[in-house]
Design a protein around this ligand. Structure first.
Ligand SMILES: [Zn+2]
Length: 61
C-alpha cells in the first residue's frame, strides 16, 4: 500500500499515485517520499549516540 502513496512537493500532502502524478489538492507534482522509517531511525540513533556518549563520559572519566 505504501508504495502507491506519493507526496506533493508543494503542499506536502500525501496522495495516491495516479498516471499524471498530480496532487489533487494543489495540482503540483507528486514525488515518491523517502521511507519515513529510515529517517526516524536515523534521528533516534543520533540522539541515542549523543546520550550514550555523555553517559559514557560521566562513568569513565
Ligand atoms: Zn499539493
Amino acid at each position: 500500500m505504501t508504495k502507491y502513496l506519493q507526496k506533493c512537493k508543494v503542499c506536502n500532502k500525501y496522495g495516491l499515485a495516479n498516471p499524471d502524478s498530480k496532487c489533487r489538492h494543489c495540482g503540483a507534482q507528486l514525488v515518491n517520499p523517502r521511507p519515513p522509517k529510515f529517517s526516524l531511525i536515523d534521528k533516534y540513533w543520533k540522539y541515542r549516540l549523543e546520550y550514550f556518549k555523555e553517559e559514557f563520559d560521566e562513568k569513565f572519566k
